[in-house]
Design a protein around this ligand. Structure first.
Ligand SMILES: *[C@@H]1O[C@H](CO)[C@@H](O)[C@H](O)[C@H]1NC(C)=O
Ligand SMILES: *[C@@H]1O[C@H](CO)[C@@H](O)[C@H](O)[C@H]1NC(C)=O
Ligand SMILES: *[C@@H]1O[C@H](CO)[C@@H](O)[C@H](O)[C@H]1NC(C)=O
Ligand SMILES: *[C@@H]1O[C@H](CO)[C@@H](O)[C@H](O)[C@H]1NC(C)=O
Ligand SMILES: *[C@@H]1O[C@H](CO)[C@@H](O)[C@H](O)[C@H]1NC(C)=O
Ligand SMILES: *[C@@H]1O[C@H](CO)[C@@H](O)[C@H](O)[C@H]1NC(C)=O
Ligand SMILES: *[C@@H]1O[C@H](CO)[C@@H](O)[C@H](O)[C@H]1NC(C)=O
Ligand SMILES: *[C@@H]1O[C@H](CO)[C@@H](O)[C@H](O)[C@H]1NC(C)=O
Ligand SMILES: *[C@@H]1O[C@H](CO)[C@@H](O)[C@H](O)[C@H]1NC(C)=O
Ligand SMILES: *[C@@H]1O[C@H](CO)[C@@H](O)[C@H](O)[C@H]1NC(C)=O
Ligand SMILES: *[C@@H]1O[C@H](CO)[C@@H](O)[C@H](O)[C@H]1NC(C)=O
Ligand SMILES: *[C@@H]1O[C@H](CO)[C@@H](O)[C@H](O)[C@H]1NC(C)=O
Length: 678
């Protein structure tokens, strides 16, 4: 017999100063540089004759490179991106330099950067940026076209007899051009990860996701040039859309708008910086590029402008709903509404009237194999399109359209379960003619509520775990690959299915590996990796056996940031700007958690702790929300189902608990007490 008691205190809105998250110990784990001019933090390597190299650290003085082939590698300590500048204090007539850049320390080389222009098996396609003779004394700045969007290590190479004396080496950060203080977050999350080798891991991974998305938020005219530059060159001076700043997929590359990636990156952005303008600019760009005849949206933004992806077409539509939910910007939704409805109609026209499923013919996707025909992943995302479109149609005061989309969503859900549910595996298959049960469709099915019961969602959660190895979830639909993009959806699916402990296990394996591996940058998050942890992501599936091409700062890998806020802290918005909100924490084996975020309405914060005394568990939560909002509290899944019942008290008064363990709370100051008895 066990008795559980849990308490919830709700207090009225206390405005946060300057719209920022409260400061606290978590600030020590913020990876964003304190200044937009960043100096090297350490010397990583020296070869040949380099005197006083240490003086290049933190702008302490001058160093001299002598002789052809001497080089020094500077370590900025974290991922950075932008333009290098330095001062030439003295230069011999026969002197020249070259710069090489890399994210992974595996590609520190005096002759080549890591790759960004194109994947090439040589791993040396980009080569170096030459600073040609004759060098002139004084200040030098890297030309804008040669901007390097993501790197941690800079190697300065003497390419002639020299000597060259230089000082004041720094990087002018180019990302987040519209924000002065990169550390001015509007959200935070903190919880002690007891039992893991680093108790600060959860706070760090939340911050790493936030910083990753910042490095992907770039000025309009700093996109990677297409067509691909000739060997030995790169150029990041392409125009990325119709307005900037704009959110792209990665810091180093592709530096283009990718709506699928935004399915993870934008929730991160919302809970960490609430900096939604780059998202609106990216979505507006996609709608402006709709095919006027067919209604097809491009797969990626310009200049890449990939076409032919039904799933990424869906993601632009899903992303529109996310943007509206976070911002409440209905005025903007009105401006794209004609193109939005055309884009939904494009998908609905692919639904076979006899089968009631979309025939996926735009096969490009996140890198997975297969995916065509009556495919589970595409139809799962279509379901999300229809349910979120119905909600947008309601906001647009179009109830008949909302009802029609809802009806089609309901029919699709039934057809999806009939076609793809494999009871023997307890998972959905990729299509009706395979037993392959993909990570993407199964994660989406739980997350988007294509499952028809909690038991079915629990089965999928358990089934997905079978794909794991020590470093994360290996995707059946992309062999030998751990995709932290799809992994971010799987992570959420385990929480939604009610198994936070399984979610935490995946978080520790997959994101623990990414944050600590010395193959990466230990500050921002990798695009993907192989089953054994090598960075040869997509080697034989598009990346031409080039591990130097992999991005180490990809917003699509930042799933834990929003997941920790939404499912562990438990706080999320269910109506635009949080006019309605949800507090649905998971204990996740933690003794306490705190955090919150800002919307246009104000600060949403929560702080909870849990203590056990014999058979009694006491859960206490305080929440601070803006005046005029209303919320629902849901009893943590770990504390439900006590045999002698669960009771919840608000302000000392017993509150009615719905069958789903939820309690509706009005604004004001409240104390909520929950008692469960076995
Ligand atoms: C981008 O830079 C390349 C290389 O310097 C140059 O050839 C090209 O004209 C530039 N394009 C734009 C749009 O500035
Ligand atoms: C050192 O570099 C910084 C950053 O680019 C620049 O603002 C400053 O003027 C440089 N100092 C000198 C003495 O040139
Ligand atoms: C809507 O699509 C048309 C092409 O059909 C395009 O010209 C127009 O700019 C788009 N409107 C918006 C607001 O993006
Ligand atoms: C069905 O799915 C399997 C596994 O993903 C794939 O190999 C096959 O090509 C798919 N079939 C069709 C018709 O797309
Ligand atoms: C899907 O559409 C394509 C192109 O129209 C067609 O060739 C294919 O047979 C269709 N697939 C199914 C399963 O109907
Ligand atoms: C609903 O589905 C039917 C049948 O596929 C289709 O004809 C109709 O256009 C859809 N309705 C909307 C509003 O998309
Ligand atoms: C999920 O779908 C079921 C019907 O299958 C519905 O009863 C339930 O309310 C839905 N859950 C959410 C969170 O929308
Ligand atoms: C949650 O997942 C773990 C495995 O990770 C399993 O042992 C446990 O039984 C699951 N809990 C529930 C409530 O399903
Ligand atoms: C990276 O870590 C591995 C072990 O995890 C170690 O053997 C190796 O020396 C480290 N490399 C560097 C460059 O620190
Ligand atoms: C890791 O996997 C990659 C890709 O499958 C392979 O090329 C590499 O040899 C493996 N490395 C080790 C150390 O096993
Ligand atoms: C909630 O607020 C009360 C009153 O300020 C405080 O005593 C308690 O420690 C808080 N609980 C948590 C978990 O922060
Ligand atoms: C734990 O429960 C026992 C029995 O109800 C009680 O006497 C004791 O004070 C409790 N301890 C704490 C720390 O609350």
């Amino acid at each position: 017999m066990r008795s559980s008691e849990f308490f919830l205190y709700l207090s009225s809105f206390v405005p946060a100063a300057l719209g920022l998250a409260p400061s606290g110990p978590w600030d020590a784990f913020n990876y964003a540089p304190k200044s937009k001019t960043v100096y090297p933090a350490a010397i990583r390597e020296v070869e040949g004759t380099v005197t006083n190299s240490d003086r290049l650290v933190n702008n302490a003085g001058s160093a001299t490179l002598s002789g052809q082939g001497s080089w020094v590698t500077l370590d900025f300590g974290v991922e950075v991106g932008g333009l290098i500048s330095l001062n030439f204090d003295s230069v011999a007539p026969a002197s020249s330099l070259a710069l090489s850049f890399t994210e992974s320390p595996s590609f520190i080389r005096p002759t080549a950067s890591d790759d960004s222009s194109t994947p090439d098996a040589s791993t040396t396609y980009d080569r170096v940026l030459p600073i040609s003779a004759p060098l002139a004394t004084g200040y030098w700045m890297q030309p804008a076209f040669s901007l390097r969007g993501g790197f941690r290590f800079l190697t300065i190479v003497s390419t002639a007899a020299g000597p060259v004396t230089l000082s004041n080496v720094s990087c002018a950060i180019s990302f987040m051009p519209h924000v002065d203080d990169l550390r001015a977050y509007t959200g935070y999350f903190s919880a002690p990860d007891q039992g893991f080798h680093d108790e600060d891991f959860l706070t760090k991974i939340w911050m790493a996701g936030a910083y990753t998305v910042q490095t992907n938020t770039v000025p309009l005219n700093t996109g990677r040039q297409i067509p691909v530059q000739p060997v030995g060159h790169w150029a990041n001076n392409a125009t990325l859309g119709i307005a900037g700043p704009i959110i792209v997929d990665g810091a180093k590359r592709d530096r283009a708008v990718w709506p699928g990636d935004m399915g993870i990156a934008v929730p991160t952005q919302f809970v960490s910086t609430n900096d939604l303008l780059p998202t609106r600019n990216a979505l507006a760009t996609m709608f402006s590029k709709i095919n006027p005849t067919t209604g097809a949206l491009p797969e990626s933004g310009p200049p890449l402008s990939q076409l032919g992806s039904d799933t990424y077409h869906c993601w632009t539509l899903v992303g529109t709903h996310n943007y509206y939910l976070y911002s409440g910007d209905l005025e903007w939704v009105q401006t794209i509404w004609a193109n939005y409805t055309k884009a939904v109609a494009f998908l609905e026209a692919k639904v076979d009237p006899k089968v009631g499923l979309m025939n996926v013919t735009g096969l490009r996707d996140w890198a997975r194999v297969g995916g065509g025909g009556f495919n589970a992943e595409g139809n799962a995302i279509l379901y999300r399109v229809l349910t979120t479109s119905a909600s947008l149609a309601s906001a647009m005061s179009l109830p008949a359209l909302a009802a029609a989309w809802t009806a089609n969503a309901t029919a699709l859900k039934t057809n999806f379960n009939t076609a793809f549910w494999d009871a023997s595996q307890g998972l959905y298959t990729d299509n009706a003619t395979t037993t392959l049960a993909p990570q993407d469709a199964n994660s989406f099915a739980v997350l988007f509520n294509l499952t028809t019961s909690p038991a079915q969602a629990a089965a999928v959660s358990a089934g997905l775990e079978k794909n794991w190895n020590a470093l994360g979830a290996v995707a059946p639909e992309l062999p030998d690959t751990i995709s932290p993009f799809i992994g971010g959806f799987e992570l959420q699916a385990h929480f939604v299915a009610g198994n936070a402990s399984r979610a935490m296990d995946l978080l520790h394996r997959e994101w623990g590996y990414m944050l600590y591996t010395n193959l990466s940058v230990e500050s921002t998050l990798l695009e993907g990796f192989t089953g054994n942890g090598s960075i040869s992501y997509r080697s034989n599936h598009g990346y031409n056996f080039d591990p130097a091409y992999t991005s180490h700062a990809h917003g699509w890998s930042s799933g834990p940031t929003s997941a920790l806020t939404i499912y562990v802290l438990g706080l999320s918005v269910t109506a635009p700007q949080g006019a309605e909100w949800l507090l649905s924490p998971s204990l996740a084996g933690l003794p306490r958690a705190e955090g919150g975020f800002e919307t246009a309405l104000g600060w949403f914060g929560a702080k909870w702790s849990v203590a056990t005394n014999g058979s009694t568990t006491t859960f206490t939560a305080n929440v601070t929300v803006p005046a005029g909002t209303k919320g629902v509290f849901v009893v943590p899944p770990e504390l439900r189902g006590a045999s002698r019942g669960v009771s919840v008290t608000v302000d000392g008064k017993k509150a009615a608990t719905a069958a789903d363990s939820s309690v509706t709370v009005s604004v004001g100051t409240h104390t909520v007490v929950v008692v469960a008895r076995d």
